[in-house]
Each structure stands twice: as structure tokens, then as C-alpha cells.
Design a protein around this ligand. Structure first.
Ligand SMILES: [Zn+2]
Length: 523
């Protein structure tokens, strides 16, 4: 509707600098750890007095509150993921953001692997992103636990008293303090308080995926998004100054205000992560589509593009629901904030570079209104591929990024016709040309791409792979395969082989040649 007609999409040619995902753009956040970080590596954390009271065991399995965030299609998964981790997180946001954010968490972890586990890892990503996340009082089923920091303080290893057998549960709790980074370096502007906007990317200790026989506990690669998480449930209590307008994953299920402080209880899940942002200067525009409340947050004075972003998000919800299957939640939030990427996805919420809200402006030579639509659509697409269907963004970043690029083009085809799609294709070709169209495989771990290769291959060659496959198999067959992929892997962690099998099922053919030529690492 208010978005660009397809003719103006010619401007989009240059567009997809679109590394719409934070870390993906320039190759991923650079580490800017404090000088003390390395010295403190492997050091044991203190484990004094218990400070959390575990709720009754039944609370862990009561999914009533999460149902409030889910529409009927999402609610069918409430009982389908009995082994998903359940987080209870408390967070206090101070009046003055230069002070520590403080909180605690308890999580019930069930071993859903096939082997006994001797430890559970938590990721402390703020220590990679220029902030300082520290933990104390680590308890294991209420008893002090031995824990060590590893990987430049980005991992916390909690040793188990005895191996945790498959299907057995353990409750781990801890207190935490977070000192926000003061500059955007190292965090892409995704964690901190910048220009009056608080953004809290991966702010809490989170359990990473256990994948192919080991925990994701290594220092994050410089390319790609940081997280690789299993779908989990989050019940989060936030105390914050009352004037802060907050936006978060999930739905607010309870709220109160006392003495200038608001307390919100938020339920989210299943979801890969929990994200929170806020500003005393946010205004919000809201609209409902098909039972989904869409909220568009921006600073005062950007109302025109704030409304465009809202409409773009609704159109993308509609298009991707039709193409792949329903969006699971009752709410989708988007906010504009300063950052060093064009956009960033989280479950049920995403961020957009605030410069795209400048009316009449251009970004990378593209009119802001057109760029805004492309970025919004890309980030909405990640709700299907990254959140509902997860993948290891460090070991197989192509799985969600190349596909999200491709479906962004499919959105333009659906909305405006083939001409719109071809403009995006030109951009992919330009990207790939940056590495002389070298046949670098799509399926490498993020650290194997050097310099421009990450953007050129994952965001350029990746969607070209899908486009050529579309030409070979036919659009209907390819989309049927992607629909099958979405249906089959909902709330699981999919892999390259999952993509291949779903596409082969749809075409009734062997795609071994395609995957050898484009995806698999060369021998
Ligand atoms: Zn992306």
C-alpha cells in the first residue's frame, strides 16, 4: 500500500547491503573486551548464599501464561515441547543507564540430547560486545555449584554433580549484573543506551545449543549472528523507571506502577531468545492484522516512516503466512534505533536502523522508504526462518540468511510482480561479483569466510542458488519444498540436510548435484 510501487524498486538495485542482520553486515561484531578479560579467564566464580527461591515444581510445566502470547496455530506447540528450557528472569533497569542493570534468573534445563551431560553452559555475550556481564551465586538445584568462565568470559561452565541423563532435569539459578557498553564498537549498537534508546541484545546468561556432540561454547566467530539456541520459554519480570516505554519479545501478562517504577511481567515462548528495548521518548503506532497486534515504535518526529514500517510489516506477515504457514504469536513489535546494521531480528520483535525513518533521505543511495520496506520484510521473514525454524547461525549461517534473502525477493514478486524481484537479484549479483563470482560453498561455518566473502556468499550467492533452483524446479515446487521445510522443522534446529530433504521431497528428485555444486564444503 504505502510502500513503493514496483517501478521505484529500480532504486533497490544497490540495496542489499541489506545484511539486514546485525552481525552479518560487516562480518560480525568485533570483540572489544576489557583488558582484564583474558586474565580472568577460567577463573572460578564465587558461589556464596542462595538468593533465589525456586517456585513449586509444577510452575515449570504450567504453560498457561505463554498461551497469552500465542495464536491458535502457536498454541499447539505448548505441550509439544515438554523438554524445552524454561527461564524465569528478573531484571531491574536503573534510572541512570551508566549504572549496573541487575537481576537474577533460574532456568529448568532438561537434557534433550541422547547422551549424559557433565556440564551445562551459559553464554555471557555482553562480554563479547563491549559490556560486562558478571554472575554470582550460581546454584544447582538450590546448592552452590562450581562454575568457571571460559572463552574470554563469554562462556560460563556449570559443572554438574553427576552426569545428567537424557530426559533428566536440573534447575540452575544465578544473580547477574550488567554494565552496558558505552560505545557501539563491538556490539553493532545492539547492546547499550544510545541516543536515549535502551537496546538489550542477549543481555542475560543463556544456554546455547548442544550440537553434534558438543556445546556451542567457543568464542563467537567474527562473522554471523551470535546466538545458536534451542526454542525455550521465558517468563520475565522487568522493573524499570515508569517513563521508559518498553518493547519486548512476548506479551505483557501483568503490569503495575509504584513509586515511579513500573513492573512488567512478560511471557514469551516458544522462542529462540528474549529481547527487550525501551526509550522514554518512544511513541507507538499499532494495528491489528488477523488477530496479531503489530506495534511500531519510534522516537517522536518520525511518524511517517513509523507508519510505513508498520504497514510493511503487516504486508510481510500476510505474504509469508500465505507462502509458508501462520505466524505463531499474537504480537509483533518493531522499533527504530541507532545501530551499525540495517536491521536485526529477534523473536516477535526486530530493530531497524533509525536513519531509514528520515523522510526524503537516502541510505546507500537508495530512498529510505524503499530501503525501509526491504529491511522490514527481511526481518519479518526471519520470524519464520531463524525463530520458528532455527538453525545454528554460527556453523551454518547460510541456512537462515540465504533463505531469508530469497523470500524477501519472493515478497516483492507477490506484491508487485516479477520486475520488483529482478531488482533485488541484481543486488545479489553485485554482491557475489565482489569476490569475482568465486564458487565458495554456502555451507561453511561463519569463521571460514574472509573479508567480503561472508556478505558476498551468504547474502549474494546464497539467494542466487535458490533463484536458480526455482528456475529448474519451478516456483510452485520450490515454494512447496520450503513450506514443507517450515512445517517439518518448527521449533527445531534445522540443518543443511533438512533443507535438502524438504526440497527433494517436493521435487521427487535428487538434488545431490545442486548441493555439491553450491553448498557443500569442497573436499
Ligand atoms: Zn538476516
Amino acid at each position: 500500500m504505502m510502500s513503493i510501487g514496483w517501478r521505484s524498486l529500480g532504486f533497490l538495485i544497490i540495496i542489499l547491503l541489506l545484511a539486514a542482520c546485525s552481525a552479518s553486515q560487516g562480518g560480525g561484531p568485533e570483540a572489544e573486551l576489557n583488558a582484564s578479560a583474558n586474565q580472568a579467564d577460567e577463573q572460578a566464580t564465587p558461589s556464596p548464599t542462595p538468593s533465589l527461591k525456586a517456585p513449586p515444581a509444577s510452575k515449570w510445566d504450567d504453560r498457561t501464561l505463554y498461551a497469552q502470547n500465542l495464536n491458535p496455530s502457536g498454541q499447539q506447540f505448548l505441550d509439544a515441547l515438554p523438554q524445552a528450557s524454561v527461564y524465569h528472569i528478573w531484571l531491574t533497569i536503573p534510572e541512570n543507564m551508566t549504572e549496573m542493570l541487575t537481576g537474577s534468573l533460574e532456568v529448568r534445563y532438561i537434557n534433550h540430547e541422547t547422551v549424559p551431560l557433565e556440564e551445562v553452559y551459559f553464554r555471557l555475550f555482553p562480554n563479547y560486545a563491549g559490556g560486562q556481564l558478571t554472575v554470582q551465586n550460581v546454584l544447582l538445584d538450590g546448592q552452590p555449584a562450581a562454575s568457571t568462565l571460559e572463552s574470554d568470559q563469554t562462556s560460563l561452565r556449570v559443572a554438574l554433580e553427576e552426569p545428567l541423563n537424557p530426559a533428566d532435569a536440573v534447575v540452575i539459578s544465578m544473580d547477574y549484573q550488567l554494565q552496558l557498553p558505552e560505545t557501539m564498537g563491538g556490539n553493532y549498537g545492539l547492546l547499550g543506551y544510545f541516543e536515549n534508546i535502551l537496546v538489550l541484545d542477549t543481555f542475560y546468561p543463556m544456554i546455547p545449543a548442544y550440537d553434534q556432540g558438543s556445546w556451542y561454547a567457543h568464542r563467537p566467530y567474527q562473522n554471523g549472528d551470535l546466538t545458536a539456541n534451542d526454542a525455550s520459554f521465558y517468563l520475565v519480570e522487568v522493573r524499570a523507571p515508569a517513563e521508559l516505554v518498553l518493547a519486548a519479545s512476548g506479551s505483557v501478562v501483568d503490569e503495575s506502577i509504584n513509586d515511579g517504577m513500573q513492573t512488567l511481567t512478560i511471557a514469551a515462548g516458544p522462542a529462540r531468545d528474549f529481547y527487550l528495548a525501551g526509550s522514554p521518548s518512544f511513541s507507538v503506532l499499532s494495528e491489528e492484522w488477523n488477530g496479531i497486534q503489530v506495534n511500531s515504535y519510534a522516537l517522536e518526529g518520525y511518524q511517517t516512516h513509523q507508519r510505513y514500517a508498520l504497514q510493511d510489516a503487516i504486508q510481510a506477515l500476510e505474504t509469508f503466512s500465505d507462502l509458508f504457514g501462520p505466524y505463531p504469536y499474537r504480537e509483533l513489535d518493531l522499533l527504530s534505533s541507532p545501530m551499525m546494521a540495517l536491521g536485526i531480528e529477534y523473536p516477535g520483535i526486530f530493530g531497524i536502523l533509525y536513519e531509514l525513518y528520515e523522510e526524503g533521505g537516502f541510505t546507500y543511495g537508495v530512498p529510505n522508504q524503499a530501503m525501509l520496506e526491504t529491511v522490514v520484510v527481511h526481518e519479518v521473514g526471519h520470524q519464520w526462518f531463524y525463530n520458528v525454524v532455527g538453525n545454528n547461525q554460527q556453523s551454518e549461517p547460510w541456512v537462515d540468511e540465504a533463505l531469508t534473502q530469497f523470500i524477501t525477493q519472493q515478497y516483492f514478486v507477490e506484491r508487485y510482480g516479477d520486475g520488483a524481484g529482478s531488482a533485488l537479484e541484481t543486488n545479489w549479483e553485485d554482491r557475489w561479483a565482489q569476490v569475482e563470482n568465486e564458487d565458495i560453498p554456502l555451507g561453511l561455518t561463519a569463521d571460514k569466510y574472509e573479508g567480503r566473502e561472508y556478505s558476498a556468499i551468504i547474502y549474494g550467492r546464497g539467494p542466487i542458488f535458490y533463484r536458480q533452483l526455482e528456475a529448474d524446479l519451478g516456483r510452485d515446487v520450490l515454494l512447496e519444498g520450503l513450506r514443507g521445510y517450515y512445517q517439518q522443522h518448527q521449533w527445531q534446529v534445522a540443518t543443511t540436510e533438512g533443507v535438502r530433504q524438504a526440497l527433494e521431497k517436493a521435487c521427487g528428485c535428487d538434488l545431490g548435484g545442486w548441493f555439491s555444486g553450491w553448498v557443500y564444503a569442497l573436499e
